[in-house]
Write a protein that binds this ligand. Structure first.
Ligand code: GLP
Length: 259
């Protein structure tokens, strides 16, 4: 089921995504979650934290990581995931994986394949949380990424580095140029995708992701190839959706059994 839900604000959106994760973890205490960094999913983790759920057996796989930051650097996605997700939810750090974690140079060869094997050994990701970048990236799959791509090294677009410069004292040159990211094919293998986007800066990417065309030039449009996608957007991010009224109608009139 592909569903786009337009919510009044980010907190409501985060709570809705948290509902989906809560049902999963209640049904499957050792569920495999696909974890995303960025500002957008923070509302999800915050909402989940107050629900009295036991996350101690939940397994986690992050989408991506910068290449070249020293191990333990607070701006690394490993540190971010630890602070914003692992600590907040009470996950077991040993069960949470980040691609290319702490590796550099030649050590990175084969990191993608090893990460893919880890995900496969866990039985695959049950639910993948996604944000979207202004370039349309999910994970760090920039335009041109193959829909069949797997975890691998990528080069960031300048605009993505500019967007992330806020975590590097505004210095775009300090933002690493390379990263390791799950591929679009890896992401599409997850059982369910939950993509969140808030604010007007995301309106173009959201419209292109949800309503197409499906093209590698807009990596987030790959979600249209997945059969179970929940897209959660606020009014500002929904501003350029052609069928916004229809999505509202679908949500407002959803049958009781599907609520
Ligand atoms: C980051 C991450 C993505 C994230 C996106 C949007 O650079 N690599 O996984 O979805 O860009 O970030 P934000 O939610 O802060 O807007």
């Amino acid at each position: 089921m592909a569903e786009t839900v337009i919510v009044p604000d980010a907190a409501t959106g985060g709570a809705l995504a948290a509902d989906a994760i809560e049902s999963l973890v209640r049904a499957r205490p050792d569920a495999v979650l696909g974890l995303a960094t960025g500002s957008t999913p923070l509302t999800v983790w915050r909402s989940l934290a107050g629900r009295g759920l036991d996350f101690s057996r939940v397994r986690g796989f992050a989408l991506d990581e910068y290449v070249g930051l020293p191990p333990g650097d607070p701006r690394s996605y490993r540190a971010t995931i630890d602070a914003e997700v692992v600590d907040v939810l009470g996950l077991d750090p040993a069960l949470v994986h980040v691609p290319g974690d702490g590796l550099s140079g030649a050590e990175l060869a084969g990191a993608g394949e090893r990460y893919e094997r880890l995900i496969a050994a866990a039985g695959g990701v049950d639910l993948q949380v996604l944000g979207v970048g202004r370039t349309g990236h999910i994970g760090f799959n920039e335009p041109g990424s193959s829909f069949a791509s797997r975890t691998r090294l990528k080069t960031l677009m300048r605009v993505s580095r500019e967007d992330n410069a806020r975590f590097f004292d505004g210095d775009v040159e300090a933002v690493p140029m390379h990263c390791v990211t799950q591929g679009l094919g890896t992401i599409l293998d997850a059982g369910r995708l939950v993509l969140l986007a808030f604010g007007e800066a995301k309106a173009d990417a959201v419209a292109a992701a949800v309503e197409g065309p499906v093209t590698a030039s807009m990596p987030a449009s790959a979600i249209q190839l997945h059969r179970d996608v929940l897209v959660i957007v606020d009014e500002a991010a929904a501003a350029r959706l052609r069928f916004a009224d229809y999505y509202r109608e679908v949500w407002d009139n959803r049958p009781a059994w599907s609520r």
